[in-house]
Design a binder for this molecule. Structure first.
Ligand SMILES: Cc1cc2nc3c(=O)[nH]c(=O)nc-3n(C[C@H](O)[C@H](O)[C@H](O)COP(=O)(O)OP(=O)(O)OC[C@H]3O[C@@H](n4cnc5c(N)ncnc54)[C@H](O)[C@@H]3O)c2cc1C
Length: 440
């Protein structure tokens, strides 16, 4: 790496990325631990929340009280409520009685908080991180910096099925990039692969003609049906600090099993989106009698994609009969989720970080990655603990609690009181209850 100007004075904690998860740490540190020297480096010039998926009529799956700070510091000036008050729209927000925020509003809230924090530097990507005798050294676009601890918050990478990778381009794309450029699907055959929330968001926008009126719209899903997010009260108990702390103490194979069984608590489609979708289909095709140019095709696993002129030839396997079907499409959009990937800038440290069987970082109870480096320098990681801390970890729900856990640990004292009363569910057998309580 070419030498860059060194900024003197080390930070206690440096963040890689300023998505919502690291931004939450930045916001809490700013208001509650001003003595902690922090700096968060964000490669984007302007903070924005998954800009490639900022589509009309898309909403959070999470309530607005679960913002960057409120769950642990309701007195923080960086709360969503303060954002509303400062924008003079508190009463109108209340009158609107929104079930959840739009993604556009949440993204604007993040941008507003980031703009108030001197610790957040936008337009300054981290290119390389090394460890020397003085701690971590970060080489960024606009200089080099030193830090005692790091917090990895660079998010996840879009995942394409391997058979589609070689064909990736303007007509064969991942959902995460759909809003990056202007698109026109008028008269085109469009296929969407993936039956989660992103697939639903794209399908309804395509149906409503956001990119023009396609000739044909096929939405394929491996799942048995277009399944709802389970957001009922007892399921939401998975999204509590108590459950998450206890979960971390379970053996790895049990955690794997539970995460798989809880899939629809985090990866389903909101009932509101499903209902909107159904009503739109009913109105268009049953009431107005349009020929059915949009089809929902569950129980199909995409297994192969070939280029043909024009467009693509997509092959699927049926979940009930095993039969293969083929679909011709001019545009194929993969709403196939995201995967964990260590960012390139951490390559010099990659060999020192412990990984589990899935090659994911092994995280301790305070979200510190296990590694063979000195104990005086820690690398925390956010959005990396679905298998260590449970399905709530990659979600917004516990973001403020996790940030406070990390800050308490980094400071070596209890800045935030994270004590919690026991909930209504007794998760563990009574004999193990004491051990579970000790883990908490
Ligand atoms: C479309 C979408 C909608 C979602 N909706 C919800 C929801 O409603 N509720 C919920 O609980 N969860 C939701 N999630 C899941 C999760 O809450 C979000 O993905 C969340 O944004 C994760 O935050 P993050 O900070 O870890 O990562 P990201 O938001 O991905 O942010 C990572 C940041 O790091 C920056 N970065 C990357 N590399 C570098 C580098 N080398 N140097 C500097 N900066 C870098 C990136 O530019 C980016 O700004 C959603 C996810 C997606 C994709």
């Amino acid at each position: 790496m070419p030498d860059r100007p060194i900024h003197h004075g080390a930070f206690d904690l440096a963040g890689l990325g300023a998505g919502p998860f690291n931004l939450s740490i930045a916001a809490l540190a700013d208001s509650h631990v001003p003595t902690l020297r922090t700096r968060f480096f964000e490669r984007r010039e302007t903070l924005s929340w998954h800009p490639g998926m900022l589509l009309p009529d898309t909403h959070l799956q999470t309530g607005f009280l679960k913002d960057l700070v409120t769950a642990v510091a309701p007195d923080s000036p960086h709360s969503f409520l303060n954002y509303l008050v400062c924008h003079r729209r508190f009463y109108r927000f209340v009158n609107a009685e929104l079930p959840t925020l739009s993604r556009a509003e949440f993204s604007d809230y993040l941008r507003w908080v980031g703009g108030r924090l001197s610790s957040v530097e936008t337009g300054n990507a981290v290119r390389e991180v090394r460890l020397d005798l003085h701690g971590f050294r970060l080489s960024c676009d606009h200089g080099s910096y030193r830090a005692r601890h790091l917090c990895l918050g660079t998010g996840k990478a879009p995942w394409l099925p391997p058979f589609a990778e070689a064909l990736h381009g303007p007509q064969c794309l991942h959902a995460a990039e759909i809003a990056h450029v202007e698109r026109d699907f008028t008269g085109q055959r469009v296929a969407i692969v993936g039956g989660g929330q992103s697939g639903a968001d794209i399908f309804i926008n395509a149906l409503r003609g956001h990119w023009g009126r396609p000739a044909e719209l096929n939405w394929l899903s491996r799942r048995r049906n277009f399944q709802p997010l389970d957001e009922t009260a007892f399921t939401n108990e998975y999204f509590t600090p108590e459950y998450t702390r206890g979960f971390h103490g379970l053996p790895e194979e049990i955690r794997e099993r539970e995460v798989a069984a809880q899939k629809l608590a985090s990866d389903g489609i909101t009932p509101a989106a499903l209902q909107a979708l159904y009503r739109e289909l009913y109105h268009r095709f049953d009431v107005l009698g349009e020929p059915r140019w949009a089809r929902l095709l569950p129980h199909r696993s995409a297994v192969e994609l070939r280029r043909q002129r024009p467009g693509f030839h997509l092959t699927t396997e049926h979940g009930l009969s095993g039969e293969r079907e083929t679909f011709d499409a001019d545009v194929v959009i993969f709403a196939t989720g995201f995967c964990s990937r260590l960012p390139e800038c951490l390559a010099p440290l990659a060999g020192r970080l412990e990984r589990d069987a899935r090659s994911e970082l092994v995280l301790g109870a305070h979200f510190e990655a296990r590694w063979d480096g000195p104990a005086s320098h820690r690398l925390y990681a956010v959005n990396a603990g679905r298998h260590s801390h449970g399905i709530a970890e990659p979600q917004l729900s516990l973001m403020a609690w996790r940030s406070a856990t990390i800050l308490n640990h980094a400071c070596g004292r209890e800045v935030f009181d994270l004590g919690d009363d026991a909930g209504p569910i007794v998760w563990q057998p009574f004999v193990e209850r004491d051990a579970w309580a000790r883990a908490i």
